[in-house]
Design a binder for this molecule. Structure first.
Ligand code: AMP
Ligand code: GLY
Length: 423
């Protein structure tokens, strides 16, 4: 079996690792991949959203299955283009992916179908939005409508902060077109959890829970990032909350997408706030989360290829998901300055020593190989992932492995997974 994974981050490394362990012994390619993925797959220098070049590659290499990682490729219509040409591909169509690529569209869908979420207003004009925040009780949450690499959301405690966020998005256009429309949301409080579900358009199969750490610094301080670490399971996400989430969120969402004639196949990622009145959705992503996928893949026992087939063929009702009960913790090492400007091309040392720590997988995110060295090539560089019999043990192991890794300006949070231990 010949498989192409599209993308080149930590999530794709974890997916490639999991798929490489399939009893079907697949041959794997990855576009564009990274230095870590290169140990498991043949990396090809094609950008994840360069659909014509990917199509050409798939045809030439007679690829049997394409697995899409990043949202940019989904937003560019990769699934539609490949399906039209009869290529088997895992992921939602461009219209179905609007759950992620347009927050305004997604929120309107929640409202129409009574899916529990935060109250909201949508604005296309800066002056209307500016007037609204001046007369609205704070905090509020201001979100760029389009995709902004996890950085388009600002929690605003005062009208002044709101005005700054609105000016950045709508006047200075720091998110480009993605910020020309904004959603202003009610501020919810509670504990957050990320829950992913596979769906074939009819049946849902929830994965185990995870918790992301979105802010750059310890104690959830500083700006939002793509994610600085994750662990699974999230103890706050009890069986009872899981049942409510399936009943009130995932099932109605899959149903709503069918009704809207945008049947959804692939992974649905729900970012949840577990409020006192039950789980509410903060966001939907149309893909696997990064870094949540890293701990999830090391815990998943079922062959991922079987699950992907079940999703594509509409047979998820017959699938069985098995998990390693041991928790997993992933700590992200970022380049100094991220999520703002950061340097690239810094030499990474200690990767071998870190990988040798028992129970550890060092997933690469922004790395590249050059002249026998591994260099940084992105803001998030590595996801050091460890399993253990408890969250505390997994955490200790991940940090022990991290202590072996060095590059100039390395930054990682020291509190990943602590909350799982306290609860
Ligand atoms: P999102 O990308 O929509 O998940 O937002 C990023 C982060 O902003 C979330 O993980 C939350 O911490 C925070 N956030 C988003 N929406 C809300 C909300 N309505 N109330 C409180 N916090 C929120
Ligand atoms: N970790 C959040 C995301 O994948 O968007």
């Amino acid at each position: 079996m010949r498989i192409l994974i599209v993308g080149g981050g930590g999530r794709e490394h974890a997916l490639a690792w999991k798929i490489s362990r399939s009893p079907r012994k697949p041959q794997i390619w990855c576009a564009p991949g990274n230095a870590g993925i290169a140990a498991l797959a043949t990396c090809v220098e094609i950008a994840a959203d360069n659909i014509p070049a990917l199509l050409e590659f798939v045809r030439k290499q007679a690829i049997d299955l394409v697995v899409v990682g990043p949202e940019a490729a989904l937003a560019a219509g990769i699934v539609d283009a490949f399906q039209e040409r009869g290529v088997r591909i895992f992921g939602p169509t461009r219209e179905a992916a609007e759950l992620e690529t347009s927050k305004a569209w997604c929120k309107a869908l929640f409202r129409k179908h009574n899916i529990p979420s935060a109250g909201f207003r949508v604005f296309d004009r800066h002056d209307d939005a500016a007037r609204y925040v001046d007369r609205t009780p704070h905090p509020v949450v201001i979100k760029a409508d389009g995709i902004a690499a996890g950085k388009g959301v600002t929690v605003c405690r005062t009208p002044q902060e709101s005005q700054a966020a609105l000016a950045a998005a709508m006047k200075d256009r720091v998110f480009g077109k993605a910020g020309d429309r904004v959603v202003i949301e009610e501020f919810l409080t509670g504990e957050e959890a990320s829950v992913l579900a596979l769906t074939d358009g009819q049946t849902i199969a929830m994965l185990e829970s995870a918790q992301d750490h979105k802010r750059i610094n310890d104690g959830d301080e500083g700006p939002n990032t793509g994610g600085m670490g994750a662990y699974s399971p999230a103890p706050v996400f009890t069986d009872e909350i899981a049942a409510t989430t399936a009943r009130e969120i995932f099932v109605p969402l899959v149903h709503a997408m069918r009704e809207e004639r945008r049947p959804y196949k692939g992974v649905l990622y729900a970012g949840l706030m577990l409020t006192r009145s039950g789980p509410r959705v903060l966001e939907i992503n149309a893909r696997f989360g990064d870094p949540e996928t890293q701990p999830l893949m090391v815990r998943l026992k079922t062959d991922l290829l079987d699950l992907i087939d079940a999703v594509i063929d509409g047979k998820l009702a017959q699938a069985d998901l098995e998990w390693d009960p041991d928790p997993a913790v992933c700590v992200v090492a970022a380049s100094g300055g991220y999520p703002g400007d950061f340097r690239k091309g810094l030499e990474i040392q200690g990767l071998d020593a870190a990988s040798k720590v028992p129970g550890v997988h060092v997933f690469h995110a922004g790395t590249t190989a050059k002249g026998g060295k591994i260099l940084t090539s992105g803001g998030r560089v590595l996801g050091v992932t460890a399993t253990g019999t408890t969250h505390a043990a997994a955490r200790d192991t991940a940090y022990r492995a991290m202590s072996a890794i060095r590059f100039d300006g390395i930054h990682f949070r020291r509190d990943i997974g602590l909350r799982a231990i306290r609860t």
